[in-house]
Design a binder for this molecule. Structure first.
Ligand SMILES: Cc1cc2nc3c(=O)[nH]c(=O)nc-3n(C[C@H](O)[C@H](O)[C@H](O)COP(=O)(O)O)c2cc1C
Length: 185
């Protein structure tokens, strides 16, 4: 059976380079790996403990939890906003971190990659994302990294799937994440 990797993208804009990077992951997934994109992170309300109660969990948040629970591993694909994680991704992590000790991220293999305009390719945001999911109980693949600088310039005309350096490194991340997921089932 294929290893299922769910990607969460930390940018909502239609022309997002990170979204395209996630699309590249779908496209180049190794034979035994199935990569999908979670759609609708923008419809997940801000995390609020008052509504995180039986019968009150918003449908979009419940859908995010279900999709994550069904996946064998998660790939977070994110830019950096003001030196840290974009709010939309942090919000998703917060929903996935609860119920405490039993959230959908608990024990889930997670890798974090991304592209940003700055010269370090968004490493601060990616490191913060790793920290947050680690605290939420995920098995973070610390060594599977990919931070692509100059997003706006590098991908102005070029889709990441047509960038051999990117696809080679991204394939390595997918292979590594898939083998970690296979080892945890
Ligand atoms: C609100 C905001 C804050 C940003 N802060 C950073 C930053 O701290 N570091 C950085 O490298 N790029 C920063 N950028 C530039 C983004 O990295 C760049 O626009 C990136 O391509 C956005 O990702 P996307 O193409 O997936 O939407 C920022 C962009 C926005 C809109």
């Amino acid at each position: 059976m294929a290893v299922r990797i769910l990607t969460l993208v930390g940018s909502l804009r239609s022309g997002s380079h990170n979204r395209r990077l996630a699309e590249a992951a779908v496209h180049i997934a190794p034979e035994h790996v199935e990569v999908s994109l979670f759609e609708g992170l923008d419809t997940v309300p801000f995390y609020n403990e008052d509504i995180d109660a039986e019968g009150s969990v918003p449908a979009a948040a419940a859908r995010l939890r279900e999709a994550t629970a069904e996946a064998d591993a998660l790939l977070l694909v994110s830019p950096e906003y003001n030196g840290t994680i974009p709010a939309v991704l942090k919000n998703a992590i917060d929903w996935l971190s609860r119920p405490y000790g039993a959230g959908a991220l608990n024990g889930k293999p997670v890798a974090v990659v991304g592209t940003a305009f700055g010269q370090y390719g968004g490493v601060w945001a990616q490191d913060e994302a790793r920290k947050a999911v680690r605290i939420a109980g995920a098995e973070v693949a610390e060594d599977l990294t990919l931070s692509i600088p100059s997003s706006v310039v590098r991908f102005a005309e070029l889709h990441p799937v047509d960038d051999p350096e990117v696809t080679e490194k991204l394939s390595g991340v997918l292979e590594g994440l898939a083998s970690r997921a296979a080892a945890t089932v």
